[in-house]
Design a protein around this ligand. Sequence first.
Ligand SMILES: *Cc1c(COP(=O)(O)O)cnc(C)c1O
Length: 305
Amino acid sequence: MKTKAEYIQSITNPCWDRFQLQINVLRLDLIDPDLSGNKYFKLKYIIQYAVEKNYKKLLSFGGAYSNHIHALALAGRRYGLETVGLIRGEEHQPLNPTLQDAVDAGMTLYYLSRSEYKRRQDNDYIEEIKARFPDCYIIPEGGSSVLGVKGCMDIAAYIPSATDIILLPCGTGATLAGIAAACPDKQVVGISVLKNAYYLESDIGNYMSNLGISDVGNWRVEHDFHCGGYAKAPDDLTVYIEDFVRAHQISIEPVYSGKLFYAVEKLITANVFSAGTNILVLHTGGLQGIRGMQEHFSEQLVITH
Ligand SMILES: *Cc1c(COP(=O)(O)O)cnc(C)c1O
């Protein structure tokens, strides 16, 4: 067991010296061997609730390299719950390593056409899913339910009090909502990994109000660092990732953490942060994305500790 402070790692780069910043990384990727990063926090109260309500089966949605699906399958195995994954797109055999791990952990997979997958948040579609899987506790994509956001509030316990600004990647924005709600005295900056994800601002506000937390306006989303869109990995990003992994011995991947650190680098060198700022970069874990993109990289990116 590590202490909370042991998840903080300071990083330096001679090119940043002139900006006089303190840059720390919160290594949520190291929090749990099976449930990586923010998905550990998102699933915490979701699973607790399902167990309390005597559900034996959990169902959720995700892409073929989804960190959430992977974490859910492994959580199901750990807590003795059956799991069902509704996966976007067609089935491909052999299964990719992410889905193979999920199946090995006991998850049953079904595949949804892309048009069906688009309906995953519609109330009428959820009713259809409930009718089809009547004994399942249904978890939204990414674990981004009210309980998921509540779990992300617990990340605040790992954030050093001297922190001024927290940066993290945003998919649904649920993690940002939890952290901004729990850290009203800090600035929270989300890096959108999706292109044109302008719904994030209203979704994040809704996540907070659904928890009954008033939004003090201590957060914003940056929309210019998606590198071409979700799961896109242009050469400048992959080169950056290889250099970063070599320099800092921290594993990152192109879907979330790679875009985050690349954005941090660009913001620092654009002199966005004033001297003396204490920055916390949140490594939200979840390295499944690498498994679909290994061909972009010349070396093995996963550092094992
Ligand atoms: C799921 C995920 C995110 C996105 O979290 P949201 O709460 O949906 O914004 C960020 N980073 C990693 C590594 C993830 O797996």
